[in-house]
Write a protein that binds this ligand. Structure first.
Ligand SMILES: Cc1ncc(COP(=O)(O)O)c(C=O)c1O
Length: 384
């Protein structure tokens, strides 16, 4: 990959993944980690991340769909894979052919899956999804409606082996009293479900509920697995949100582009579409080869987003174009075509973070990172 020409590229530091896993484990205690690698591991590269996580002893991966699960299998990942979302009927056969664990997204869905398995004389592996407050997927078990009977019936289906049970937090990132009470109540509800299963003589299998903020803010809850995505990637959703544990995470992704042109413009000349930047003095401008079609959100245009050019932080000027954008490099003594510009990461002791891009885009790091597009090659980090 490195030999080929790249306008821009992302580097993934797999050593940092091992460091981050270690940091997560310090907080999660004996709770094992299920590595969430859905959406191409939020743009970091699912196979690269899964392989690095496997090196750390991680034996379970979470994906959003069957195609993501198959990608991992094709890349030689033989560990457990849980599909967190829904698999359509016509793809059920992959579940047993490829030994993949399916979330039971509803009771009716479990019946459908069971009917398929019975007809084909197979037993499918599954985890029961309990909806304790997200109202997205799973059997609702909330104060307003507690469908314990359906949860029990899922465990008793003839051709589904329910090997685990899980739920999900919508506000584990918020430390307001209301949000903390909500999350703690979800944990209580989940425990109530487990207790009810016990009363019925049902072994629930592996239990998991915590996403990244669930780990950071609620520590070791004593369940079997936790499900971090962001944390092993070394970031949080938004660095301005208060968190209870503040470990030493290292962001694993850096983003770079090349300088394609350097020129001086005079006072009064405008830069890029819309002419939103007009030079008020002679300005040295570098055009760099990254744009919104690479995942640098157009929305961060004209907000002084800084990138690093030869060790100097410089602001983007004018609108971000599809494949290119412009940088004010007046303060950089020496800059020329081909120089490497750091958009996310560190260069010569300077650091720019994805948080800054997300803030200016009114978004969260989850979105910014997963929107780095497929034409940006992901390379394993080079020693510089
Ligand atoms: C069901 C489920 N579990 C775990 C995660 C991982 O979340 P995070 O990246 O915040 O750790 C996600 C991500 O959205 C999810 O949907």
């Amino acid at each position: 990959m490195l030999e080929s020409y790249s306008r821009c590229w992302a580097e993934i530091d797999t050593t940092a993944i091992a460091h981050n896993v270690n940091e997560i484990q310090k907080i999660a205690g004996n709770t094992k980690i299920m590595g969430i690698v859905k959406a191409n591991a939020y743009g970091h590269g699912d196979v690269t991340c899964a392989k690095a996580l496997r090196e750390c002893g991680i034996d379970f991966f979470g994906v959003s769909s069957i195609d993501e699960a198959l990608r991992l299998r094709q890349a030689g990942i033989q560990e457990n894979i849980l599909i967190l979302g829904y698999t359509p009927n016509e793809h059920f056969h992959y579940l047993h052919e490829q030994n993949i664990v399916q979330s039971l997204v509803s009771f009716e869905y479990a019946l459908q899956l069971n009917a398929y398995a019975k007809e084909n004389n197979v037993v499918l592996r599954a985890h029961c999804k309990v909806d304790t407050g997200m109202c997205r997927t799973g059997i609702i078990y909330q104060d307003q409606e507690k469908n314990m009977d359906k949860i029990i019936q899922e465990y008793r289906l003839s051709h589904i082996q329910v090997e685990g049970i899980f739920s999900h937090f919508p506000v584990s990132d918020e430390l307001s009293n209301v949000s903390k009470a909500f999350t703690l109540h979800q944990i209580e509800l989940f425990q109530e479900v487990l207790e009810n299963l016990k009363q019925e003589g049902i072994e629930p299998g592996i239990r998991h509920i915590q996403n990244s903020y669930g780990i950071l803010n609620y520590g070791d809850l004593g369940f079997d697995y936790c499900r971090p995505g962001l944390l092993y990637m070394g970031v949080t959703s938004d660095d301005s949100i208060d968190i209870v544990s503040n470990p030493d995470f290292i962001p694993i992704l850096s983003l770079y582009a090349n300088v394609s042109l350097v020129k001086w413009i005079q006072k009064g000349q405008s830069v890029s579409y819309g002419r939103h930047y007009i030079a008020n003095k002679p300005t040295k401008v570098a055009t760099i080869s990254i744009g919104y079609a690479d995942g640098l959100p157009r929305m961060v245009s004209n907000q002084n987003l800084e990138v690093i050019v030869n060790g100097v932080k410089c602001p983007l000027i004018g609108n971000i174009c599809m494949d290119q954008c412009m940088v004010d490099v007046t303060n950089v003594e020496s800059v020329q075509q081909g120089d490497e510009v750091c958009i996310i990461g560190t260069q010569k002791g300077q650091r720019v973070t994805v948080d800054e891009i997300s803030r200016k885009a009114h978004s969260i790091n989850n979105e910014t990172l997963s929107c780095i597009t497929s034409r940006v090659p992901r390379l394993e980090k080079r020693v510089k």
